[in-house]
Design a protein around this ligand. Structure first.
Ligand code: HEM
Ligand SMILES: *[C@@H]1O[C@H](CO)[C@@H](O)[C@H](O)[C@H]1NC(C)=O
Length: 488
């Protein structure tokens, strides 16, 4: 009797031991995983951040965790980040392909697709098109300035009062992307506008929540009618909305005379009729990706920027003095003016540093067996970059833990960009909207600061700078008081 019990226990022990995921040889260290669950119990589903911080303290800048049976490597600090993303570039340029977000994206688009010809062709197309802006007469700057006019109107209506800027900035960055993609803007209450915002917000919330984490960890629950289904419904709604818009373009466009990115894409499809990579379905996902990637990112950075500028009024004032001097006699700012505005440049970069708008970048994946920080990492391993860790890293910044534009100024007051500045990540997968985003941040901030003073309302209490956690970080909702500048 007791012998058979012991044998049975031994058997169970042996099976459990066998099922336990094992770290490959010389893999980055981390806590011991459990069978099936991996390290999921090491993280609280509600606030995993605290636990991850603790793990980094025990295991160092490159450590690993198991999500279910799959190992994931976390990278911190500028040294490891550069080694992976820049030195070993292609080795780390993949995207994991078995996650909730891949199923949502249906393996199309550009942001989530793996390293390979489809990604390369679409990335190249997007960069080329946005760089040369071979889209009719209106330049990128014109399109941004057009939208700023509407932001100014919203602000003018609130002069002497307070307003909540969330929707204002969201609409502005959304419409700038719309101008680039579709050559048109949408009124704030247009169904396209309200529905895309609703879908994107819900998708972001689900992707970031506990259900997506469970979906990623336990493949057997994927077909069940659980709350993550809502994500797929939203993707369908979005696809349908875009389909209508794209079909309109097909009817109205003049081939060879594209006015926007979508029409450039349609021209590209004409040029390569037999290329399966450029297709209607792919265009639909591609447009959705650029829209999604370019909206919350920019607007949350702006929100953080104005939160700080209101609470550091002497910094706001110094920006305004520089703007007045450089723009004297001109009716509007252009992106090239940045070269004469070192202080403004420093402030915008400092805003991006403290915002950490995309704190964990987008997940990467190794494309072959490789090395990092002396460890071996097999092909197909998920890589999570902690960009915040670089922006707060001691030894990389004059003032790592405070808001201070001096982080980007040298002794002569000239603008300098330290190596550890990487809000857009680095390497072959680096944000492809960087150029557009930087132009938006500069033109919007300069134009608004030239005309208005932004004041933290007297009754607003102490500001809370701790961000709300998400795929993108945003400040807690706040109100701003707006005044016309006396000198303007
Ligand atoms: C302040 C604004 C923005 C920030 C902070 C930001 C940040 C990022 C980051 C961290 C990544 C991940 C890079 C990586 O995986 O290593 C990324 C990717 C991407 N971003 Fe942005 N982004 C911003 C604005 C934009 C805009 C305006 C667009 C639209 C044109 C855009 C389009 C993309 C795309 C398409 C990718 C995927 C690139 C790829 O996988 O090859 N982003 N962005
Ligand atoms: C990223 O790094 C920062 C700073 O080191 C830390 O506070 C945060 O918890 C880390 N996040 C993750 C997800 O590891």
């Amino acid at each position: 009797m007791s012998v058979s019990v012991i044998l049975l226990l031994l058997c169970i022990f042996f099976i459990v031991f066998q099922l336990r995921p094992k770290r490959p040889k010389n893999f980055p260290p981390g806590p011991a995983p459990l069978p099936i669950l991996g390290n999921i119990l090491h993280l609280s589903l509600r606030n995993p951040l605290k636990d991850l911080e603790r793990l980094k303290k025990s295991y160092g800048n490159v450590y690993s965790l198991f999500f279910g049976p799959n190992p994931v490597v976390f990278i911190h600090g500028v040294k490891a980040m550069k080694e992976a993303m820049v030195t070993r570039a292609t080795d780390f340029a993949g995207r994991p392909q078995d996650l909730f977000i891949n199923d949502l994206a249906k393996r199309k688009g550009v942001v989530m697709i793996d390293h390979g010809p489809n990604w390369r062709e679409h990335r190249r197309f997007a960069l080329m098109t946005m760089r040369n802006f071979g889209m009719g007469k209106r330049s990128m700057e014109d399109r941004i300035h057009d939208e700023i006019e509407y932001t100014m109107k919203t602000l003018e209506k609130s002069i002497g009062k307070t307003l909540s800027p969330q929707m204002m900035f969201h609409h502005a960055s959304s419409n700038i992307i719309n101008q680039v993609l579709y050559g048109t803007r949408f009124e704030y209450d247009d169904t396209f506008m309200t529905e895309t915002i609703r879908c994107f917000t819900e998708i972001a919330k689900i992707t970031n929540g506990p259900w997506a984490m469970l979906y990623d960890t336990f493949p057997f629950i994927r077909k069940l009618p659980l709350p993550f289904r809502k994500g797929f419904e939203n993707v369908e709604t979005l696809r349908f909305l875009l389909l209508g818009l794209l079909n309109e373009h097909k009817k109205t466009r003049v081939p060879g005379e594209p006015q926007d990115l979508v029409e450039c894409y349609l021209d590209e499809m004409d040029k390569r009729p037999d290329d399966p990579l450029f297709s209607d379905e792919q265009l639909n996902r591609f447009a959705a990706d650029l829209h999604f990637a370019g909206t919350d990112t920019t607007s949350n950075t702006l929100l953080t920027g104005f939160l700080y500028l209101m609470n550091y009024p002497h910094i706001q004032e110094r920006c305004q003095q520089e703007i007045d001097k450089v723009l004297e006699g001109k009716d509007r700012a252009c992106f090239d003016d940045r070269h004469n505005m070192p202080y403004m440049q420093a402030v915008i970069h400092e805003v991006q540093r403290v915002s950490n708008t995309v704190p964990l970048s987008v997940f990467h994946c190794t494309t072959k067996d490789t090395q990092l920080a002396g460890y071996s990492i097999p092909k197909g391993t998920t890589i999570i970059q902690n960009l915040t860790s670089v922006h707060n890293e001691e030894g990389q910044w004059k003032y790592p833990h405070e808001f201070n534009p001096e982080n980007f100024l040298n002794d002569q007051g000239e603008f300098v960009k330290p190596d550890a500045f990487m809000p857009f990540s680095a390497g072959p997968r680096m944000c492809l909207g960087e150029g557009l985003a930087r132009m938006e941040l500069f033109l919007i901030m300069v134009t608004l600061l030239r005309k208005f003073d932004f004041i933290w309302p007297e009754d607003a209490g102490k500001p809370d700078f701790t961000p709300v956690y998400g795929i993108t970080l945003s400040p807690r909702p706040y109100r701003m008081k707006v005044q016309l500048r006396s000198s303007a």
